[in-house]
Write a protein that binds this ligand. Sequence first.
Ligand code: NZQ
Ligand code: ZN
Length: 385
Amino acid sequence: MQDFEFYNPTKIIFGKDKVSELDHLIPKEAKVLILYGGGSVKKYGTLNKVIEALGGRTYLEFGGIEPNPKYETLMKAVEIVRHEKIDFLLAVGGGSVIDGTKFINLAAHFEGNSEDLLIYIDPVDSVTKALPIGTVLTLPATGSEMNRGAVISFKDGKYPVFSNLFFPQFSILDPTLTYSLPRTQVGNGIVDTFIHTVEQYVTYPSEAMFQDRAAEGILQTLIEIGPKTLENPTDYESRANFVWSATMALNGLIGSGVPQDWTTHAIGHEMTALYGIDHGKTLAILQPSIWTIRKKQKWDKLLQYADRVWHIKDMDEEATIDLAIYKTREFFESLGIKTRLSDYNLTKTHIEEILSNLEKHGQTALSETGDLTLEDSRRILENAL
Ligand code: NZQ
Ligand code: ZN
C-alpha cells in the first residue's frame, strides 16, 4: 500500500424526509444563498421543502446553474455573495450545482483574477477562508457532495479544481429526491460511479486489500441494483444503495493508498466541452476502449476485476480479460447508455479535434504512470468509433 493522508470532514444526513434537518444544521441568524440548476428543484418540489425547512431565516436564490457549469454563470453569483453579505451557501441539485457552488465560494474569497483559479493545481494557498457549504443532493453520480473537487467549464475546456475548502460542511442524501430523475440521468449516474471506482482500482496491484475489496463491493452493488433502480425508480432500497455507492466511490476512501488512472475523465471532459455529450456517456464510450488498448499495462488488475466482479473462471488469461471488457460494455448498454463514438455521430474528424484539445490543455501524459501519450489517446478514440 502506498502512503496516504485521508481527510474528509463532510457530515452525511441520509434518509427519507431529511431536508427538515436543515433547521438544525444552519445557524438561525445565517443569511443563506440557495443555489440550484435549470428548474428541476422547482418542478419536483424540492426547493419548496428547502425553503420551508429554513423557517424564518433570510435567504436569496440563485438559479440557472447549467449542467457542466459555466464560469461566466458562476461569476454572477460571486457578485451576490460579495454584495449581499451572504454567510451560508446551500446547493440544491446534482454535481453541476454543487461544483458551481464550490467554485463560487472560492472565487468570492479570491482577490486576484478568478480565471487564475481554473488551474490543475490546488489553489488552497491563495484562499484561506471561505463560507460553509451545505448540499441537498438530487442526482447520485459525481460524489461532489462529499469531496474536494469541482469541474468548471470555461471556453473550450473543462477544468478540475481541487481545494480542502470545497468539502461541504454537510450533505443531505434523501434518495426519494432522486425519484424524478429521467432514465438517462440515472444511467449516467450509474456509469459515472462505476468509472470513478475502476479509475481507482483497475491500475496495477498495490496490495491495498481493503481498498480493492471496497471497490469490488461498489461495482458489484451497481451491477446488482443498477438495472433495478432504472426499471423501478421508486424502489427505495435499490435507489438508496445507488446513492450511497455514488458518494463512497469518490470521497477519498477507495482512492487512498492506491495508484489512480484518470485517463477516462481527461479525454471525456474534452468530449463534453466540444460536443456537449453528457459526462457519464463520454465515460461509457471510452472505458472499454481504454482497457482494450491498455490491456498489457493493466493485465493483473483486469484479471482480478474479471474474477472477483464478473466471476469469470477457467478461461485463458486474455480471453478472461476480453470477456470482462465485453461484459462491462454490455452492462453500460443495458442501462441505455451507448458506448460507441458513432452512436453520438462522431467520426475520425472529431477525433482530431479531441486530440488537439487534449494537447492544448496539457493532457499528453495520462494514466497511472503518466506514460499514455497523445498517440495512445488516438488509438483509444479510433478503437471507440
Ligand atoms: O438543472 P436542473 O433543472 O436541476 O436539471 C438537472 C440537469 O439537467 C437534472 N436533475 C438533477 N436532479 C434532478 C434532475 N432532474 C430531475 N430530477 C432530479 N432529482 O439532471 C441534469 C444533469 O445534472 P448535473 O448536475 O449536470 O449532473 P451530474 O450530477 O452528473 O453532474 C455532472 C457534472 O459534475 C462534474 C461533471 O464534469 C459535470 O460537470 N463532475 C464532478 C466531479 C466532482 N466534483 O468530484 C467528478 C465527476 O467525475 C464529474 O466530472
Ligand atoms: Zn465522473
